[in-house]
Design a protein around this ligand. Sequence first.
Ligand SMILES: [Zn+2]
Ligand SMILES: [Zn+2]
Length: 340
Amino acid sequence: MKAAYSVPGSGVVKLREVEVPKIDDGELLVKMRAVGICGTDLEKVYGKPITPPMLGHEVVGDIVDSRAEGYVVGERVFAHHHVSCGKCYYCYHGDYTMCPLFLKTTIIPCGFAEYFKVPRINVERGAVLKIPDHVSDEEAIFIEPVGCALKGVKRSGFKPGMSVSITGVGPMGAIFIKLFKAFGASFIAAADLVPFRIDLAKRIGANVALNPREEDFAEACKRETDGRGVDIAVLATPSVKALPTALSTLRKGGVLLIFGAPEKGEKSLLDFSYIFLREISIITSYSTSELETNLALRLISSGVIRFSDLITHKFKLSEIDEAFKVAHDPHKSMKVMIVA
Ligand SMILES: [Zn+2]
Ligand SMILES: [Zn+2]
């Protein structure tokens, strides 16, 4: 079978011939149907990644072989690649993505493959979710990214009526806009450098969307919040350069949510006195646990929010290199989907 691989930072994704994985007791073999390209996948191919090297984790497929109880051949599933142990210090404290097991777990060989194996630990820890018939593959590939965003929303302390700013309108920024809108934000401001993304932000619910190099983003936020600034600012881009922009939109006592995974070693000079005197909280949110992937599936299944309109391109697995090039160009694409 074919599976994708890339030398980190090479800018090239290739397919190679590998053996279809053999499964043991407790494991599943899944035939890939659809998989989304994530910003962290792009980072693995083009940048200096800080996340594990496996490509393709927003993946949906059909079970073609099962040695796990409760799962049968033919069921369509989402399989989360990372799971926590549930019995360590971090898990007891609810910090599931900090569990030492979390980054060691994976699907084999990766999501951009004709088939992949779901290891026993992933199955046992509830990482495999059955997708209801009425949920399309196009919606189901959003289970993992929406789970990540739901965790970010929770960690930010957001409550209905609050005002928010989103710096960076890639697929994750767009998901945040949709969630905050549905969850009752009183004001949503978005900033991006790309006109197509600014237009999209407005279309999906941002009250204000602009290019921060052309207009004053902080001023635009203050105008709508009695001069205070927003309650929560989300940095939804891996670019640390955008951090001061996000920070500038915050009210005193506000929360800065760092969401986009920065490249390894990225540093930022922040004015500590500014942060201290304003009692700014800096929160980060990395990945997602089964807590949120389950919520994400229920949210998607309910149809309350649609995410598939963020898909701008579909490619076959055989076109994966081209798909990555398109996904890497913010002027051309939003969510890029790979199909079998
Ligand atoms: Zn992702
Ligand atoms: Zn643990």
